[in-house]
Design a protein around this ligand. Structure first.
Ligand SMILES: Cc1ncc(COP(=O)(O)O)c(C=O)c1O
Length: 527
């Protein structure tokens, strides 16, 4: 079978597809989409510009000797290719997206409207400061909200995401340690075993030695486990709160005191800040630095539209080391401090980004804050916790909870004990969720929980949507328990592509496209 580009169609996507193959390979609205390399033609182009007049080339031996083989498409073909791909995407605008530790919540359209206002969308980072006073005002206002929510001293807006924020906070900690003349001795960073992989990676990237804090059965970090690790060599702890098990750390204050008592700093991974906005302020808990993923807590889009934003709030002890640039205000006029030599006491650790950060995300986050108000932001956190409890309560009699009845925060964590002897794994279960039209939850994270399934429904889901999700999950759980292994082992059956061979993909990845061998005319006719 050949598709409309004269190429063999991909394997049937689902049972109906296999039983009733189509000539094109399309299945009604589910259209096949080949690679650009497969559908493009060398002689085609979407632009029609005259060939440049021959000028003397000065590339010498570096000049291209032949065609580079980039495929060409007309404008409508290009358009269709990307629109079809976009239709295969699963996003928060398609359905419930319960990916734990990611906060896939609704991105209000009002925020999009604000970000596209010409006075914001059309400005350029190299414009003179006198012409972008409104934008600087907006950045200061966003900072003011972030500082109020966190009770911290300073904020660095420029980091582009959570992991970049971690780097920023840890560089501020390193700068503070250097300023105290302890750089040679304080080189250890403590990281709980339940941490997100970016935490140890960040610490290691800037030259710290990572020491794990052992996990406990109850999912919490205990100050008694920490104390034996503390010494003059410890620079900081990187602790997530609420933690990656979906629990609030009850000893967070004692942990902060122990770190400070040992002359070290407390970096808080704020990925889960969305559970406590308006309820607890990190500054009151002894945090020295924390990133805030605007794309999680304050509803800006996750990727797709360019880089995100992961502002970092800093305590009084770390504020002098904040990176440049930052906005200053003198009466009604705003300015930018661009060079570390001009920053406060000249102690800034430097610059992390070319310009000032991701303005579009600042606008969306501030729009979210202003339209919700401080009380609305607190309500969003309360509702995020409520929805997680609702899902947990709806599933806890059929799936197993690793930490018993302990109240969760904004995400419900299950393990795979309940799947024992069913022949179904966490991965199989997740694939069957795809058939039900759901993006799977976060799987196998945190690593300290066997076969973890971390579900974060978020506050944007209605009760009806949660009820349907719970009912679908229960149906799958009962199917697993009654031994309907086939529903899982071959899933997804209804997705455009069936299950990938993950071992083969990891062991022999195909990283380069190679043109297929031309099909001989007689063979083609037979097909
Ligand atoms: C606990 C935790 N820390 C850090 C990160 C990294 O954040 P980002 O993806 O914004 O870089 C994540 C991302 O999911 C996370 O869940």
């Amino acid at each position: 079978m050949l598709n409309n580009q004269g190429r063999p169609t991909a394997p049937a996507a689902n049972d109906a597809g296999a039983a009733h193959p189509t000539f094109t390979g399309n299945r009604a609205l589910m259209q096949e989409e080949a690679l650009l390399f497969e559908i493009g033609r060398l002689e085609t182009t979407g632009v029609d510009i005259p060939a440049p007049k021959t000028t003397k080339q000065r590339l010498g031996g570096l000049a291209r000797k032949g065609e580079i083989g980039l495929p060409g498409l007309s404008e409508p073909e290009t358009m269709r290719h990307f629109v079809r791909l976009s239709q295969k995407n699963y996003g928060i605008d398609t359905g419930l997206f319960p990916l734990g530790s990611c906060t896939m919540k609704h991105n209000p359209r009002l925020n999009e409207k604000m970000a596209r206002l010409p006075g914001i969308g059309d400005i350029h980072p190299l414009q003179p400061v006198s012409t972008v006073q409104g934008a600087l005002d907006l950045m200061q206002e966003l900072s003011r909200w972030l500082l109020a929510f966190t009770n911290m001293e300073a904020v660095a807006l420029s980091p582009k995401a959570g992991a970049h924020g971690e780097l920023c906070g840890m560089m501020a900690i390193r700068a503070a340690i250097e300023a105290k003349g302890e750089a040679a001795t304080r080189n250890v960073v403590l990281v709980p075993e339940s941490a997100h992989g970016t935490n140890p990676a960040t610490a290691a990237l800037i030259g710290f030695q990572v020491k794990p804090v052992p996990a406990r059965e109850d999912g919490w970090v205990h100050v008694e486990d920490l104390k034996p690790l503390l010494g003059p060599d410890v620079a900081a702890i990187m602790l997530t709160n609420p933690n990656t098990c979906g629990l609030f750390e009850p000893q967070v204050k004692e942990i902060a005191d122990a770190m400070h008592g040992a002359g070290a700093y407390f970096y808080c991974d704020g990925a889960n800040f969305n559970a406590i906005v308006g309820k607890a302020r990190p500054g009151d808990l002894g945090v020295d630095a924390m990133h805030i993923n605007l794309h999680k807590t304050f509803s800006t889009p996750h990727g797709g539209g360019g880089p995100g934003a992961g502002p970092v709030v800093l305590s009084k002890r770390l504020a002098p080391y904040a990176p440049v640039p930052f906005v200053t205000r003198d009466g009604a006029s705003f300015d930018l401090v661009e060079h570390e030599t001009d920053a406060r006491a000249g102690e800034s650790f430097g610059r992390m980004t070319a310009f000032h950060g991701q303005m579009g995300m600042y606008v969306r986050a501030l729009s979210y804050m202003l339209s919700h108000g401080a009380d609305g932001c607190r309500q969003a956190s309360e509702d995020a916790v409520l929805t997680a409890h609702y899902v947990r309560a709806g599933l806890s009699d059929v799936m197993s909870l690793p930490f018993g009845d302990k109240p969760c925060m904004h995400e419900a964590l299950f393990d795979d004990v309940w799947l024992k002897d069913t022949g179904v794994t966490t991965l199989d279960f997740a694939k069957a969720m795809i058939d039900e039209g759901y993006h799977p939850m976060t799987m196998y994270f945190p690593l300290v929980v066997h076969g973890a399934m971390l579900i974060e429904p978020t506050e944007s889901e209605s009760k009806a949507s949660l009820d349907l999700f719970i009912a679908a999950m229960r149906d799958l759980a009962f199917a697993a328990k009654r031994g309907d292994v086939e529903r899982f082992s071959g899933a997804p059956y209804h997705a455009p592509r069936r299950r990938l061979d993950e071992t083969k993909a990891a062991r022999s990845p195909v990283l380069k496209w190679t043109p297929p061998k031309p099909v001989a005319p007689t063979q083609k006719a037979a097909e």
